[in-house]
Design a protein around this ligand. Structure first.
Ligand SMILES: [Zn+2]
Length: 432
């Protein structure tokens, strides 16, 4: 049994109400990612104030990410989104450190503060999309699952260790980064460059407490069609119609999803039926309403999301996709559609499962009587940025819930309490 098991278990049990009300407050503070800007600051300040009650200000680091030397030059820094230059003023990362006694093995709990916008659809369980209210043990609100509960859990694990007066040998960190959604990742890169030598990290994106030892990659793409000539309805010219061309592109995308992607063999960490996806998100040409119609348009586009496994190489994927499209669109009239990515090309990540921190994590599960399960996740996220920009390996373990990015997003509070216990126990075992 990990030392301090009883103490840690009891501490979390005793503090459940306080944890829930802190999380509720944090959900009520809107921190939407609104490219090219973001709105994380009030959330970061709330978390700073919360943490300053138990961590010395000299171990609390709230920094503007653009102050980090080498960030803009780093190969993983990606400055734009759909051509818009991202703006990072007033979007600080927050890192809290519980210093160890003698610089032994260090551990980090990582999460992001930004959320997707609440969306236009009505929320049903509680109409307020940032209610932070609980029904049947589930707390609702945008960001409840993705991922304020996970982010806050890391800070509570530090508080637990601090309040119990447990002295660790190695340093223990919790961080809350900005701009992860929409293929951001620049806040994560900044945090890695700030503290590049932390040994291991637990990234608490939602996994239902499964240990995510592999993540997929992916990117948002555009298929762009632009025709020469005046468009319109003229009878003396041939009107090449981008709508028909886009329709052919759409059919080809469907074929790529249904026939090509299933040929990509899933790595062993996934179930054998795991399949990458191509999701077509938007089809646009000739306006949206009747009043905008009345002429053959000259241009149009399709947006889509294309997934990759961690072992696949960016250059090869681009080549393969391009060749497939050229074949499918052969003989097309006028200009060929153009294909390109509109956000960064996110890679997948594989965790070194023989890392000693993974042993500590499994020990924590055992003590808590929780079933330990590890596998690949069908999610793309900033995990790959850890090894690209620092010496920190990372595993993804987060709470249970449903509807991230959708309406009625919620997190199951019991999974949050278990996550905090697991984090604190793993820290004692690993940094102990
Ligand atoms: Zn997330």
């Amino acid at each position: 049994m990990v030392q301090y098991f009883e103490e840690i278990n009891n501490w979390v049990e005793k503090n459940k109400d306080e944890i829930a009300s802190t999380l509720s407050e944090l959900i009520k503070i809107k921190t939407e990612n609104l490219p090219p800007k973001g709105n994380e600051k009030p959330g970061q300040e709330y978390l700073y104030n919360f943490t300053s009650k138990f961590i010395d200000s000299k171990n609390l680091d709230l920094f503007e990410i653009e102050q980090i030397e080498g960030l803009r030059e780093h190969p993983q820094f990606f400055p734009t989104m759909a051509g818009m230059v991202k703006e990072y003023e007033d979007r600080p990362d927050l890192v809290a450190k519980l210093p160890g006694k003698k610089g032994d093995r260090s551990l980090l709990f990582s999460g992001h503060m930004d959320t997707m916008p609440a969306g236009k659809e009505d929320w049903e369980v509680f109409s307020d999309p940032v209610s932070g209210k609980i029904k049947d043990g589930k707390m609702y609100g945008r960001g409840s699952l993705d991922m304020k509960s996970g982010t806050l859990s890391g800070f509570y694990a530090l508080k637990c260790i601090h309040d119990l007066g447990i002295e660790l040998k190695g340093d223990l960190y919790a961080e809350s980064v900005v701009d992860e959604e929409n293929g951001g990742v620049n806040g994560t890169i900044a945090a890695r460059l700030r503290n590049p030598d932390i040994d291991f990290a637990i990234l608490s994106e939602p996994t239902g407490l499964v240990a995510g030892i592999e993540t997929i990659g992916g990117s948002d793409w555009i298929a762009k069609v632009a025709e020469e000539g005046p468009g319109g309805i003229g009878t003396d010219i041939e009107l090449i119609n981008p709508i028909y061309k886009l329709a052919r592109v759409a059919r080809a995308l469907e074929k790529y999803d249904k026939e090509e992607l299933p040929k990509e063999k899933p790595p062993k960490t996934y179930r054998s039926d795991m399949k990458l996806r191509l999701l077509t998100y938007q089809f646009a040409s000739g306006g949206q309403t009747y009043l905008e119609s009345g002429a053959v348009p000259k241009e149009g586009h399709i947006y889509f999301w294309l997934e990759t496994f961690a072992y696949m190489k960016e250059g090869e994927i681009r080549e393969k996709f391009k060749n497939f499209m050229e074949k499918e669109l052969k003989g097309i009239k006028g200009k060929m559609p153009e294909f390109g990515t509109v956000i960064r090309f996110m890679k997948g990540h594989r965790t070194d499962t023989s890392h000693p921190a993974m042993v500590s994590i499994r020990n924590a599960y055992k003590d808590l009587g929780l079933k330990y399960e590890q596998r690949g996740l069908g999610l793309a996220m900033d995990a790959y940025g850890f090894k690209e920009a620092s010496n920190t390996d990372v595993v993804v373990i987060g709470p249970k819930g449903a509807n991230p990015h959708g309406t009625d997003e919620y997190v199951e509070m019991d999974s949050v309490y278990n996550l905090i216990k697991m984090m604190a126990l793993a820290a004692v075992d690993y940094c102990g």
